[in-house]
Design a protein around this ligand. Structure first.
Ligand code: NAD
Ligand code: ZN
Ligand code: ZN
Length: 348
């Protein structure tokens, strides 16, 4: 089969011929119906060098995947060949306290994981190929009725990551509150929908691209602001001077972190999700009192099941553009150039 593989750090991925995987005991092979293209893949191609992450290329890209069960390894029960499924992407050891709760993202025994701190498309082979080997059946989540693999694939990361970040801030988003979403691309435009579906907060979207802002408004943003030096002030003005109860930064650059810190309300949350390489000086007077600043990484398996439910009920619908495996690189180029709408999904 053909696979889109990252051969080394700081290189372009290439489409190469590889063997079809066969499942060992407890493992599952998934026939890929959709593999989402994430901006993190662009970071993998351009920003990292050997030693920066606990794993290295070569591996097949694609860490947001859904499809159908293709083959079951010895001892796997509860799944059937042909059944539509999503793949939970972060793969921990399976036995530590965190993994037992389905929080493989924060596995505390990385040496016991198939790859430390990674998963399929992140150190091990991902879904940009006809088939993907999933090393443990617990990572294979049956799709609820009403959700096809192309819709489900982006929910496993572009949906799950904002869902996890928003969920931990739910208590700060009662009616009358304001949430700001900075960067309404693949993750952010789903984040707007998740805020709309699970909270009563007023939503302010911030981006550098007018098309992204239009998409955010289409999905329920109450106010869309072009990212600039004035953005924080505009957010304060729009909130009666109070600021935003929750800021979700899906960019993570110096400029957006500055906006987030200046726009946050006292006792608010600033969640840094984007891996834009920026930093934020924190001192007694640099952020409003009692603002909590946190990074978040992906989400848990139980949360994935909740996101898939939102998707199946039509409450969260990622805007997708599909590409053939041969054209995957053009999807990444569009993402880089800012000409992609919503999420690109590769259909091998
Ligand atoms: P994307 O390219 O689809 O979207 C990024 C959006 O940010 C675009 O709409 C772009 O126009 C906008 N943007 C860029 N610079 C901006 C600025 N200065 N101000 C406002 N908007 C700006 O990317 P994506 O796939 O949604 O990923 C977003 C970020 O999240 C990436 O850095 C990615 O690596 C990271 N990510 C993190 C996690 C995690 O678990 N923390 C998971 C997935 C992705
Ligand atoms: Zn991702
Ligand atoms: Zn673990």
């Amino acid at each position: 089969m053909r696979a889109l593989r990252l051969p080394a750090w700081k290189t372009e991925p290439e489409l190469v011929e590889v063997d079809e995987p066969t499942p060992g005991p407890g493992q599952v092979v998934v026939k890929i119906g959709g593999a989402g293209a994430c901006h993190s893949d662009l970071h993998l191609m351009h920003d990292f060098e050997a030693g920066a992450l606990p794993w290295n290329p070569p591996f097949t890209l694609g860490h947001e995947n859904a499809g159908w069960v293709h083959a079951l390894g010895a001892g796997v029960t509860g799944l059937e060949v042909g059944q539509p499924v999503a793949v939970y992407g972060p793969w921990g050891c399976g036995t530590c306290a965190r993994c037992r709760l389905g929080i493989d993202t924060y596995c505390e025994n990385p040496a016991g994981a198939p790859v430390p701190g990674g998963g399929g498309g992140l150190g091990l082979d991902g879904g940009m190929a006809a088939y993907q080997l999933v090393p443990a059946a617990r990572h294979v989540v049956p799709l609820p009725e009403g959700l096809d693999p192309v819709q489900a694939a982006p929910l496993t990361d572009a949906g799950l990551t904002p869902y996890h970040a928003i969920r931990r801030s739910w208590s700060k988003l009662p009616p009358g509150s304001t949430a700001v979403v900075i960067g309404v691309g693949g993750l952010g435009h789903v984040g707007v929908q998740i805020l709309k579906a699970t909270t009563a907060a007023r939503i302010i979207a911030v981006d550098t691209r007018d098309e992204a802002l239009r998409l955010a408004e289409e999905y329920g943003a109450d106010l869309a602001l072009r990212s600039s030096e004035q953005t924080a002030e505009e957010i304060r003005k729009a909130t009666g001077g109070h600021g935003a109860d929750v800021v979700l930064d899906f960019v993570g650059a110096d400029a957006t972190l500055r906006i987030g810190a200046a726009a946050a309300r006292t006792v608010g949350d600033l969640s840094i999700v984007g891996i834009g390489g920026g930093s934020l000086p924190v001192s007694f007077f640099s952020v409003p009192y009692e603002v909590s600043i946190q990074t978040t990484y992906w989400g848990s398996r139980p949360e994935l099941i909740e996101v898939l439910d939102l998707g199946a009920r039509g409450l969260v619908r990622p805007k997708t553009t599909t590409f053939r495996l041969e054209d995957a690189m053009s999807a990444y180029r569009k993402m880089q150039d800012g000409t992609l709408e919503g999420r690109a999904v590769i259909v091998p």
